[in-house]
Design a binder for this molecule. Structure first.
Ligand code: 13P
Length: 338
């Protein structure tokens, strides 16, 4: 296959109404935090056991078209000796890999952060492809305060995301471009909308500058919500109206799929909000999910590190995957939770 054929085939498999992406690419500190919340100590073996459990969930591929793995997981095998990426692929779930090296403070931009990992990326991608990865994810974060994000941060982060995406496509790897505007803070929903609009429009300016092919990338944004320190929750209809207004303004129709992160929403909120966005008029993109916490939290609680809880953990994952699948079609309602 040519590089272009690889990109076309992967995007075709990943972006389909009724299916979304499972984000299971937590870094070591993040997975340790998630495990700690359910009383599990994080070790390489526990991470392997848990992520094998997720990927072996029967029927996962009906609702999930792709899974984002952490580098460690790409090299791990299930009990039957298969690579975990092969386990995913055998379920019809395309394996992908988080390739950024994490974030840190941006020099001369107090309160802003920038993501690292571009050096040597093309070489790393070739190795990841040999282990089965067909798409990649890179996350940049933006804090909202009265002065953040600065224009310098908006521009620098956009440039990094676009360079990452261009390198991925040159290697035949579909890039998930993730500009996460954080939910943390006491900002209004209007302020979140303004920041998301400024951030995403700058990202697309940079993608064009770097000649990224919009048809073979996926955008992974935040939903537009009030800050989590306000103590206020917007209704799903308000979240949908603000979020879609921003995207209609700044996301070209050439982009096939927008897969939201959950970003600290509860599992039910994330599903309700996604459903509301898919309940109105027709949209130029497939609007779906790429949730980490909102898909995995109930499964982690059911598992609690105990091998014999495997079936109930898988049931919990499959339930959230199915409900979010319905939400991509606008066919979810809260009474399906019970
Ligand atoms: P959450 O859905 O838990 O925000 O995680 C998604 C993700 O991949 C963040 O990079």
């Amino acid at each position: 296959m040519t590089t272009q054929e690889e990109l076309n085939a992967t995007i075709h498999e990943m972006v389909q109404p009724g299916r979304g992406i499972l984000a299971a690419d937590e870094s070591h500190p993040t997975i340790a935090k998630r495990f700690n919340a359910v009383g599990v100590e994080s070790s390489e073996e526990k991470r392997r056991e848990y992520r094998s459990l997720l990927l072996k969930t029967q029927g996962l591929g009906d609702y999930v078209s792709g899974v984002i793995l952490f580098e460690e997981t790409l090299g791990q095998k299930s009990d039957d000796g298969r690579l975990l990426s092969s386990v995913a692929a055998s379920q019809g779930v395309v394996p992908g890999i988080k390739v950024d090296k994490g974030k840190g403070p941006m020099v001369n931009a107090p309160g802003d952060e920038i993501t690292e990992g571009l050096d040597g990326l093309a070489n790393r991608l070739e190795q990841y492809k040999e282990l089965g990865a067909r798409f990649a994810k890179w996350r940049n974060v933006y804090h909202i305060t009265d002065i953040n994000p600065s224009q310098a941060a908006i521009e620098a982060n956009a440039e990094v995301l676009a360079r990452y995406a261009a390198i991925c496509q040159s290697c035949g790897v579909v890039p998930i471009v993730e500009p996460e505007v954080l939910i943390d803070g006491s900002h209004t929903i209007e302020r979140s909308a303004n920041v998301n609009e400024a951030v995403i429009s700058e990202v697309f300016r940079a993608l064009r500058r770097h000649r990224v092919e919009l048809e073979t990338m996926i955008l992974k944004p935040s939903m537009v919500t009030p800050g989590n320190a306000t103590g206020q929750k917007a209704s799903p209809e308000e979240v949908a109206a603000h979020t879609l207004r921003v995207f209609r303004r700044v996301v070209p129709a050439a982009v096939p799929g927008i897969n939201f992160l959950s970003g600290g929403q509860t599992p039910e909120e994330a599903t309700l909000n996604l459903n509301a966005m898919n309940s109105g008029t027709s949209l130029p993109w497939v609007l779906s999910f790429s949730y980490g916490r909102a898909l995995q939290e109930p499964a982690q609680q059911a598992w609690a590190g105990i091998s014999s809880n495997r079936d109930s953990a898988q049931d919990a994952l499959l339930k959230r995957a199915k409900l979010n699948s319905l939400a991509t079609l606008g066919r979810y309602s809260a009474d399906m939770e019970g």
